[in-house]
Design a binder for this molecule. Structure first.
Ligand code: ADE
Length: 227
């Protein structure tokens, strides 16, 4: 899968996505992260990308041309039909379901805004979908794009070594994940639940399911009501 991130701060995203599981997936070629610098596409002599807002008000607005050209370049590189997603607090709320949906694409394009936002006309012209990572305002879309890229990347087949890891975890089937334990068996007088040492896989599975349901009821009852 290919993830294009269009930003004024490409190093911010390439650095953050070069570690651990996502970094390894990128190194192995299962995943390609392309960070495109929107400024490189500005035709302005000084590589300007923003201007004062019509109607006045605080801050600057990113103008259409560099964004439009950068999106078109990403589309061309990706082979054509990648959805263009604008990271915005006005978008639909990101969740595991959207992550799954996006992971089904061969390529996705994540557009990061900055300053007071981007000219509405370029949103109308090129954006297919707007996604928010929560009800708070970030200084730019980069952190949000990284969140989306990370959540999507780990759903790409082969990125997690064990396909079971994505299947049993939080939000699958609208349940939170069961508690995990590793050695030592006793730590500061706290023992690993006996059943996990039993070797009885059916019992272990049943116990884990019960734990998931109990946790979800206690910590996130809204997930059960939604389902
Ligand atoms: N850009 C600024 N705030 C954001 C948010 N909450 N989600 C996605 N993109 C954003």
């Amino acid at each position: 899968m290919e993830i294009y991130i269009l930003t004024l701060f490409p190093e911010m995203v390439t650095d953050a996505l070069s570690h651990s599981i996502v970094g390894r997936a990128a190194a192995s070629g299962k995943l390609r992260i392309h960070a495109l610098n929107i400024r490189d596409y500005s035709t302005d002599a000084h590589k300007k990308v923003d201007d004062y807002p019509y109607g006045g008000g605080a801050g600057m607005v990113m103008f259409c041309q560099p964004i439009y050209d950068c999106v078109n370049a990403a589309k061309e590189m990706s082979g054509g039909d990648a959805p263009v997603i604008y990271m915005s607090p006005q978008g639909e709320r990101f969740d595991q379901g959207i992550a799954k949906e996006l992971s089904g694409n061969q390529s996705i394009i994540l557009l990061c805004g900055h300053y007071e936002g981007i000219d509405e006309r370029v949103i109308e012209e090129v954006v297919d979908r707007q996604i928010s990572i929560g009800d708070y305002v970030l200084t730019g879309g980069e952190l949000a794009a990284m969140v989306v890229a990370d959540a999507v990347a780990r759903l790409v087949p082969g990125v997690l070594h064990n396909d079971q890891s994505a299947a049993g975890e939080s939000f699958e089937n609208d349940l939170l994940e069961y508690p995990q334990y590793t050695r030592p068996r006793v730590w500061r007088d706290r023992e690993v639940p006996e059943i996990l040492l039993s070797g009885d896989h059916a019992k272990v599975d049943a116990w884990r399911y019960e734990q998931s349901v109990e946790r979800t009821k206690r910590l996130r009852p809204d997930l059960l009501r939604e389902g």
